[in-house]
Each structure stands twice: as structure tokens, then as C-alpha cells.
Design a protein around this ligand. Structure first.
Ligand code: CMP
Length: 139
């Protein structure tokens, strides 16, 4: 089925001017960008977005990193969008990611791993709603 997922192009990628390179890889994987905006997340926004990781040892570093520069938040649409996006992103740690994936080709480290993608349809809806109003999504 055609579904939607939520993506973030992270500060390590915007800093290196890789917004286009990442988006191109998403598009070549069969995903369509139906909403996109460049934002600088506030600390509150980042903490809220990553609330599920609050107890993890890397939480504070993760939040600091995500507010260290601009990000591009996107809604992606396609056949099985969540899985398709996770496949093209590759493993969380770029060292473990398959060749040809965004993280293998572009990411710097497990923290500065260039992209975020929703891990389920349920979370995709929550994450899309966190950053986008319905009228900002144009399918
Ligand atoms: P993301 O998909 O955005 O979801 C949580 C993020 O936490 C993850 O990508 C990584 O950037 C980061 N992360 C996960 N595990 C670690 C770790 N062990 N050390 C630092 N950052 C991590």
C-alpha cells in the first residue's frame, strides 16, 4: 500500500551541504517528498521528539547534536514507505550499514548519522503530526 513516513536530514548532513544528495537517494529509492521544511529545532522540540530515548545514556548528546544546526524535516510517500525508507537509510551505525545506503555513503558516526526515519506506521503518524500541519502536506 502507499503509505507515509517521516524523515529528518540531520545537522551533520545540512552542514556538509548534503540535503540534495540525501533527497536524491530517497527519491531514487522510490519515495516522494510530499512535505519539506528546513528548521532549527529548539531544545524543547528535540527533547519532545526523542522522549522515548530519555533514559538512554546518549540522550543529552543526541539532543545537543540535533539542535547544533538546521535540519530538514520531510514527509515521504511511497509503497511501504516506512520499510523503504529504513532500507535506503541503512543501519543506525554507519559502520554496520550496507553499501549504497545513505548512512554508509554519507554518515559520520552513530550519532551524526545523517538521517532519521520512523520505525513503524504508528510512529510515522505521531512524528508527522509533531512537525507538520495537514495543509503543509501536499500529496
Ligand atoms: P535516530 O533514528 O534519529 O534515533 C535515535 C538516535 O540516537 C539515532 O538515530 C542515533 O543518531 C542516536 N543513537 C543511537 N544509538 C546511539 C549511541 N549508542 N550513541 C549515540 N547516539 C546514538
Amino acid at each position: 500500500a502507499t503509505t507515509r513516513t517521516f524523515s529528518i536530514i540531520k545537522p551533520d548532513a545540512t552542514r556538509r551541504n548534503l540535503t540534495g544528495a540525501v533527497t536524491r537517494m530517497l527519491e531514487e529509492a522510490g519515495l516522494r517528498v510530499v512535505a519539506s521544511k528546513r528548521i532549527h529545532m529548539t531544545k524543547d522540540q528535540a527533547e519532545g521528539f526523542y522522549a522515548v530515548h530519555k533514559e538512554r545514556p546518549f540522550f543529552n548528546d543526541l539532543v545537543s547534536f540535533m539542535i547544533s544546526g538546521p535540519v530538514v524535516v520531510q514527509v515521504l510517500e511511497g509503497e511501504d514507505a516506512v520499510k523503504r525508507n529504513r532500507d535506503i537509510m541503512g543501519a543506525t551505525n554507519p559502520e554496520n550499514a550496507e553499501p549504497g545506503t545513505i548512512r554508509k555513503e554519507l554518515a559520520e558516526s552513530i550519532e551524526a548519522n545523517s538521517v532519521h526515519g520512523s520505525d513503524s506506521d504508528e510512529n510515522a503518524k505521531i512524528e508527522i503530526d509533531y512537525f507538520f500541519k495537514p495543509e503543509e502536506i501536499v500529496g
